[in-house]
Write a protein that binds this ligand. Structure first.
Ligand code: FAD
Length: 617
């Protein structure tokens, strides 16, 4: 059904007060658009009437915008560019541009330039309906008085009221019942034609064009969003916390996104027990900043911009990993909204099976709205960034593997490299020593120095907060990732000559653009594997590679994978649905699938790694 509006003819309107009254009457009557038209625009006649030369439509439209709050304001596009710039009665183009830009800034998306059709003055309901049926999104009727406005508003009493104007609705995606968005989410929802869309469409790493982004601000609103999602099972569904997902599809094309970024509160629950509650939308940079004043830290990943929601449902292999374990090892309880909208708390004694599943496979079981963590006392730490060059990549990998294996558990050092150039590899090590003693820090790092020629080094005594704080803040303009990441991940039980040989060959082949080894062991291995769905606790290393194309990376990855056991889903983007079979040992996968059938039998949460076969949208 079309929207309905009025045209006010400047030639027939005697004062600014009268114009405002007409616009306000239209807004009160629930009409959608007031078009400000000169004689040559909408009211007929090719030439501007002399008496209109002094009345600038932009000024009038600004006047109308200031007098109203909701109704859209139309200024015909013919007003944007005059037909004959040499005509002295036509305003100077640059001045018009400035006026248009200023009004667009002030009135935002209320300002439109086209998309309506003008009905004859005095048009009746049949005439309006017939114009609407011919595909016009907005029908406007010329009016000269408040009484006429009332008459227009009464023409289509059965007209459903849309929350968006025609120009926005024109960009809607098929298959989404936009008019049925739950009332609690209508105000904050963003759809493709909305001004805020650019800031929410993509993620840190992926470009996307979702058909609707719902932005709940409470667990109850998450339940509302999931009710809407259940009615849209035919569409992809992305769950987004802070938008740094590799494997997780927290954006999509034409589907729904439930963005819980607004749930970002961080609060201390119990100072003595070091218990904190954190919302999924907080970033690890924010968490680190909130904990530091207490002398605490919570090991997360290596980048402070990553969100709590995605990482704390998957694992969290980070720079304090060997000293303090995975992020999920600090989890004491979660509040989660299940696929059917039920809000429950899971902990070691409340729904313990769900609590087990959330710690490693959380994305498949619901939307976590609160995480409760027991955090660690962490003073200043040693933070090292070292760059090496070497012509013997294989030997360097072996030396790193040995150094990290021998390192005391207070030391977690990661390695990154790429394809060698003219036979020479540049290798970066970055790592953390959980000690405030400079001599200890240097002693811990010394064995790593043998991996090549040290080209650059920076070792500082600093806080975990400062390390996380180097991540860029995402401003109001949001993420602007593009394309699809191509990544593979695996757990390596231990560095061996055979693996080092395969990895060096793959890197020399140029098909791996980025290659990383993350040190595990230490406190990560202290937790019995059956305690959490994240099961691969004994490997010494986690390996990640990024490439450009799936086929290309698979060719390079397969020989290396023969040496690995399991994979970390957070870094794997393979489209192969069987990949999930590698992510969990068979018994764990069987248990996860049983729980999935209990908690999400229809597979609503399937766009990360689908536990149930054939489930990915
Ligand atoms: C630059 C960078 C550095 C990284 N470093 C590390 C690291 O050091 N260690 C590590 O372990 N990982 C690391 N990761 C991987 C990261 O942990 C995952 O990509 C994680 O999913 C990102 O979380 P997010 O909330 O920002 O992502 P989002 O894109 O918002 O979410 C990713 C997926 O997580 C799931 N999800 C999100 N929120 C929720 C929720 N509230 N409830 C249930 N499921 C949810 C959804 O399936 C979603 O698709 C890194 C990623 C990047 C981009």
């Amino acid at each position: 059904m079309a929207e309905l509006g009025i045209v006010v003819d400047l030639a027939a309107t005697s004062s600014g007060a009268e114009l405002s009254e007409l616009a306000q009457a239209a807004e009160r009557a629930g009409l959608d658009l007031v078009v400000v038209a000169g004689a040559r625009d909408e009211a007929g006649g090719d030439e501007p009437a002399d008496e209109l030369v002094g009345v600038d439509p932009w000024t009038v439209a600004t006047w109308v915008a200031a007098a109203t709050t909701r109704i859209a304001i139309g200024v015909p596009s013919s007003t944007v560019q005059g037909p004959d710039p040499s005509d002295p009665r036509i305003p100077i183009a640059a001045v018009v541009d400035k006026a248009r830009e200023s009004l667009a800034l002030l009135a935002g998306d209320r300002l439109v330039h086209d998309g309506w059709v003008v009905a004859p003055a005095g048009a009746d309901a049949d005439q309006v309906r017939s114009l609407a049926e011919r595909g016009s999104l907005v029908v406007v009727v010329p009016v000269g008085s408040a009484a006429e406005v009332e008459r227009v508003a009464a023409l289509l009493p059965e007209r459903p009221r849309s929350t968006r104007r025609a120009a926005v609705r024109a960009r809607r995606r098929p298959g989404i019942a936009y008019e049925e968005i739950p009332p609690s989410l209508v105000e904050s929802a963003i759809e493709p034609g909305d001004p805020g869309y650019r800031a929410v469409r993509s993620t840190y790493i992926r470009g996307g064009s979702p058909g609707l982004v719902l932005r709940p601000r409470s667990a109850a609103e998450v339940a509302d969003a999931l009710a809407f999602a259940r009615r849209h099972r035919h569409l992809p569904l992305g769950i987004r916390s802070a938008g740094h997902g590799f494997s997780g599809r927290s954006t999509n094309d034409g589907g729904l996104v439930i963005d819980v970024g607004a749930l970002s509160t961080i609060e201390v629950l119990d100072e003595d027990a070091r218990l904190v509650r954190v919302g999924p939308g907080a970033t690890w940079k924010q968490v680190a900043a909130a904990l530091e004043p207490h002398g605490w830290a919570l090991g997360s990943g290596d980048y402070g911009g990553v969100g709590v929601g995605g990482l704390a449902t998957a694992g969290g292999i980070g720079l304090l990993g060997r000293a303090h374990g995975l992020t999920i090892d600090h989890l004491r309880a979660v509040s989660i909204v299940l696929a059917d909208g039920t809000q429950i708390r899971a902990s070691s004694h409340e729904h313990p099976d769900l609590f087990w599943a959330v710690r490693g496979a959380g994305a498949n079981f619901g939307v976590v709205t609160e995480f409760e963590f027991e955090v660690d006392e962490v003073a200043e730490v040693g933070w090292a960034q070292l760059t090496f060059v070497t012509t013997d990549l294989e030997a360097a990998l072996l030396t790193y593997g040995e150094a990290q294996r021998q390192a005391p558990r207070d030391t977690t050092v990661f390695l990154v490299t790429g394809a060698p150039q003219q036979g020479q590899s540049v290798i970066q090590l970055y790592g953390m020593v959980d000690s405030s003693d400079p001599d200890t820090i240097i002693a811990r790092l010394n064995p790593f120095v043998a991996i090549g020629q040290l080209a650059q080094q920076q070792v500082v005594l600093t806080s975990y907060r400062a390390v996380m704080g180097t991540a860029a803040d995402v401003g109001l303009d949001g993420h602007h990732g593009s394309g699809e990441p191509v990544g593979r991940s695996g757990f390596l039980p231990a560095m061996t000559p055979a693996f080092a040989r395969e990895a060096a060959a793959a890197l020399r082949g140029g098909r791996l653009r980025w290659f990383q080894l993350r040190a595990m062991g230490g406190a990560i291995a202290d937790v019995p594997p059956e305690e959490t769905a994240f099961s691969y606790r004994s490997p010494e290393l986690q390996v990640t590679a990024l490439g450009a194309f799936h086929a290309e990376i698979d060719e390079a990855w397969e020989p290396m994978e023969a040496h690995m056991d399991g994979l970390y889903l957070s870094f794997d983007t393979s489209p192969d649905p069987d990949r999930v079979e590698r992510a969990f040992p068979p018994a764990v996968l069987t248990r996860l699938r049983e729980l999935k059938r209990r908690y999400d039998p229809d597979g609503l949460f399937r766009d990360n790694f689908p536990l149930l076969e054939g489930a990915r949208a």
